[in-house]
Design a protein around this ligand. Structure first.
Ligand code: CS2
Length: 423
């Protein structure tokens, strides 16, 4: 079989069409050119109606520190609600479909076996149909979520749902690919629709606001067709892990720390958190710890963290900490715990301990104040946060991120809770 060239056209199916997918994955696919895109919703089924009503088009506002650049993205043919499993199965069984990209968030990979709630289970149904249809060209599944080894995580989640015959077939017909994705994409503000209308003429009910920076590093292992993403500046690599760890531990790690410590200190946005003297000192501390676990030269890490700081300081982006605070129980185990383990324990990673303590304080305050915590374990968090005794409460909360009772991290978090900056 001759290797198809990446410039061949094909169809890309995207799962989880939120703001991030539209500022990053699909925007890059439009710049690559030539490909047709069909998308499925993630959390909000309403996104399907909204986008279909405007012919799949949407406005992209790239918000720099000084000005906006506005463009119209017109790459999506059709959007289906996640619940339309038949449509997904039909599309995956079609030989024109060669790539599936996913932005289903961290929790999407552990959603169980029910195709109604689990994207990997739905993909498994589609792969079975593809085998039964006799399609020979490999299909690539590309994870675009913030997890280390996201391709491997996806592979395991899909394999767990596959029958024996399709598992055997998948070795020759399915590539599961890791990628590091990066573009800070806050929730759009109320004025975004007016800006898109004024600048492009599109009456857009679901505009996207994002930052100028964008990075996508993709494992170079496609046996079938794929979009010519290099035209959009996408990098292909044989060594994805270092890119993933750098981004997760420095960007997302600092984000998580700021999300909780910032709100506990009384601020609401990322630019405010990075300018808050004590929160910023915690970020510096966390960066020093995370950097020591990364196999990269100092000058590269210096350049990366100073660029990050500038991105966080973007005064016009208005990235609300509450956005990043969602799903702490699935983010902390990827962003903070591995650094603590690699450093050799909580006393060697006080910045990461502060991130966890800020989470336990924040969820406790939210629950006790009668506010919702957005998290797949919200019910368990609410029960734990109500416990009176601090050590018992922290023990119960940390159990939700798989830290066993009696682990030294529990005492470290209890002590750190009282030291966090307050208003
Ligand atoms: C954020 C990310 O929601 C979060 O937890 O850390 O959405 C972050 O903005 C992106 O990963 C940036 O690429």
């Amino acid at each position: 079989m001759s290797t198809p060239s990446p410039s061949d056209v094909g169809r890309l199916v995207h799962l989880g069409i939120g703001n991030f997918a539209r500022s990053h994955t699909l925007y890059n696919t439009e710049v690559a050119g030539g490909w047709s895109v069909v998308a499925f919703t993630g959390r909000s089924a309403a996104m399907a109606d909204a986008l279909n009503a405007q012919g799949g088009k949407y406005g992209l506002i790239v918000r720099g520190p000084e000005q906006d650049e506005v463009s119209l993205v017109d790459v999506i043919d059709e959007v289906f609600p996640a619940s339309d499993i038949d449509a997904l199965v039909r599309l995956l069984a079609d030989p024109f479909t060669a790539v599936v990209t996913l932005t289903i968030t961290e929790k999407g990979y552990a959603a169980g076996s029910d195709p109604a709630v689990s994207a990997p289970a739905r993909i498994a149904l589609g792969l079975k149909a593809r085998r039964e249809a006799g399609v020979t060209e490999p299909i690539a599944l590309v994870s675009c979520d913030n997890l280390t080894g996201n391709g491997e995580v996806l592979r395991q989640a899909v394999l767990a749902e596959l029958d024996e015959e399709t598992t055997a077939w998948s070795a020759d017909h399915v590539d599961v690919i890791s990628s590091m994705v990066d573009r800070i994409t806050p929730s759009a503000d109320d004025e975004a629709g007016d800006i898109v209308l004024a600048r492009t003429g599109l009456a857009d009910t679901v505009p996207v606001v994002t930052e100028p920076f964008s990075e996508w590093v993709v494992e170079d292992r496609f046996r079938g067709r794929r979009p010519e993403w290099e035209k959009a500046g996408v990098q292909f690599t044989d060594d994805i892990e270092v890119h993933e760890l750098r981004k997760l531990r420095l960007l997302n790690g600092a984000h998580t720390l700021m999300a909780y410590a910032g709100q506990v200190a009384g601020v609401q946005r990322v630019d405010e958190a990075i300018s808050h003297r004590e929160v910023r000192a915690l970020v510096e501390q966390l960066w020093a710890e995370a950097r020591s676990t990364l196999p990269l030269p100092d000058h590269e890490l210096d350049a990366y963290t100073s660029a990050l700081e500038e991105r966080f300081r973007n005064p016009r982006l208005a990235d609300n900490l509450i956005r990043i605070a969602a799903d702490g129980s699935v983010k902390l185990p990827v962003r903070a715990l591995p650094v603590i383990a690699e450093r050799g324990g909580p006393d060697k990673a006080p910045g990461e301990v502060a991130a966890i303590a800020a989470w336990t304080v924040w969820v406790t305050d939210r629950v006790r104040g009668g506010n919702e915590v957005q998290d797949p374990k919200a019910a368990e968090i609410a029960t734990a946060a109500a416990i009176e005794d601090a050590t018992e409460r922290v023990t119960a909360l940390l159990a939700l991120i798989n830290v066993p009772a009696g682990d030294p991290l529990v005492a470290a978090v209890v002590a750190e809770e009282t030291r966090l900056p307050r208003p």
